[in-house]
Design a protein around this ligand. Structure first.
Ligand code: ZN
Length: 226
């Protein structure tokens, strides 16, 4: 019995029209297609198109891509202070003496750091949690960088914590949990302004809206219903 090289396209969008089974003449091609198709939002047919594109490119272009992926995965670090993605042990924001190290903006992930940095309006530093508390998804406080945040806040060098988490149940649960852990410390707890049209995640907010919501931040205990 020959090896079965037939793959049925299962992507919902691609299935709107009938697509015949995909038959590979090369196991190397099949392998690459399967690997590319594990990426989010990429179905088998798109994966095949990308694989054939790589084949048409000069060999060194494709090898540059694979080298970039290899180096990204093996060399990238998380800043030991704020957990932002970095090439060095301490990220460029934490290492910058011109930043206001007494103000910490708490965000879900590095895309939020990128979005806020893009506004050019924030001069403080960050703390990247690496997610939000979500019992439904089995994510508890221990899965996030919350302990290290509480430690930073307890150091005595911080005067303000800004919660810049998404205005969802998960975002509120997370900020409230942190507030419960650190609320006794002599710090100002604030939350970015809400209800002025920024989307579910900060990365989708336009620059001006995001900059305004940081400038117009409100005391945390007024921003959330306990
Ligand atoms: Zn850092």
């Amino acid at each position: 019995m020959p090896q079965n090289y037939i793959i049925f396209l299962t992507d919902s969008i691609e299935n709107r029209n009938f697509v015949p089974p995909m038959e590979f003449s090369s196991r190397l091609l099949e392998n690459l297609v399967n690997e590319i198709a594990t990426l989010p939002g990429i179905g088998k047919r798109t994966a095949l198109r990308l694989a054939l594109h790589l084949l048409r490119q000069p060999e060194n272009r494709a090898l540059q891509l694979s080298e970039a992926i290899r180096r990204f995965r093996t060399e990238i670090k998380r800043c030991h202070i704020c957990h932002n993605i970095s090439d060095t042990e301490t990220c460029s924001i934490c290492a910058n003496p011109a930043r206001d190290h007494a103000t910490i903006c708490v965000v879900e992930d590095i895309r939020d750091v990128m979005a806020i940095e893009h506004t050019g309006q924030y001069r403080g530093v960050y703390h990247v949690l690496g997610g939000l508390i979500s019992p439904m998804d089995g994510i508890g406080p221990g899965d996030l960088f919350i302990d290290s945040l509480v430690k930073r806040l307890s150091s005595g060098d911080v005067s303000e914590v800004i919660f810049a988490l998404s205005p969802t149940v998960e975002g509120d649960t997370t900020s409230y949990y942190i507030y419960k852990q650190a609320g006794h410390l002599p710090l100002q707890f604030t939350s970015i302004a809400r209800g002025i049209g920024f989307g579910e995640t900060l990365e989708y907010a336009d620059e001006q809206t995001l900059a305004r919501s940081i400038q117009n931040r409100v005391p945390f205990d007024q921003s959330i219903k306990f």
